[in-house]
Design a protein around this ligand. Structure first.
Ligand SMILES: [Mn+2]
Length: 240
């Protein structure tokens, strides 16, 4: 004669079985919500890592990005100040970034800086995927001694750059200051970002550009972060 099992015990076993299956198939970063004792895997969050390889007559670039990183970087572009900017971009945005760029520096740093911006834009566009659960908007203001950089961005799929700084010309090391704008043009065009960069005041070239890169990193960290109140994509249109 078989053992008699009450309905409530059967239900408990069924629930525990379902829980085991859900936990076994879910990633640690998935969202699991308990609602009235029923386990629902509401979203499957993919790893947000990308790898970009781009080669032209002017530059050869390989890039690895982890949007959900810790700020580790390994950067080599051949332009010292630009390496510094990309390292602090990774550090302050908590992105893991490997970047190896070989460009036609015998001409100048223009193609290298612009193409790195293009590759970083491609990496973010691919990395965020369909933007499920993502905050989408990000703003951050960085004071760097006498300079102030105000950054506002939207990862909306529409590319737009507003770039207003007191910088017009000059260099930091071998980096022409106008290359910062070229970098962000490449970035917004390939990432589909609406990006407003305003530096209302500042005098030191190194400080101004560094504050901009830190601010963009912080604003991107906010915009790419996941808010578990967001169901699907944060848009009345239903897609971004
Ligand atoms: Mn610095």
């Amino acid at each position: 004669m078989g053992r008699r099992v009450s309905n409530s015990k059967k239900n408990t076993r069924l629930l525990l079985g379902l829980l085991a299956i859900v936990l076994a198939t879910c990633h640690a970063s998935d969202f699991i919500r308990l609602e009235g004792g029923v386990v629902i895997a509401t979203q499957h969050r993919m790893e947000r890592k990308t790898e970009i390889v781009r080669e032209t007559q002017e530059t050869q670039i390989t890039l690895k990005l982890n949007i959900d990183g810790s700020g580790k970087s390994n950067i080599s572009t051949g332009v010292g100040f630009f390496d510094h900017l990309l390292e602090l971009f990774a550090k302050h945005g908590f992105f893991d970034l490997e970047m190896n760029a070989t460009g036609d520096l015998h001409v100048d740093a223009h193609h290298t800086v612009e193409d790195v911006g293009i590759c970083l834009g491609d990496a973010f566009r691919e990395g965020v995927g369909d933007k499920t659960g993502m905050r989408r908007f990000g703003s951050f203001t960085v004071p760097m001694y006498e300079s102030l950089a105000q950054i506002d961005l939207d990862l909306c799929g529409r590319s737009y750059l507003h770039y207003q700084t007191p910088l017009s010309h000059g260099t930091v090391g071998t980096f022409d200051v106008e290359l910062a704008e070229e970098f962000f043009h490449g970035f917004v065009n390939h990432s589909g970002t609406t990006l407003h960069i305003n530096v209302p005041y500042g005098t030191n070239r190194h400080h101004i550009i560094e504050a901009i890169f830190k601010g963009v990193a912080k604003a991107l960290d906010i915009a790419t972060s996941i808010d578990d109140r967001v169901s699907g994509v944060l848009s009345t249109k239903g897609s971004l």
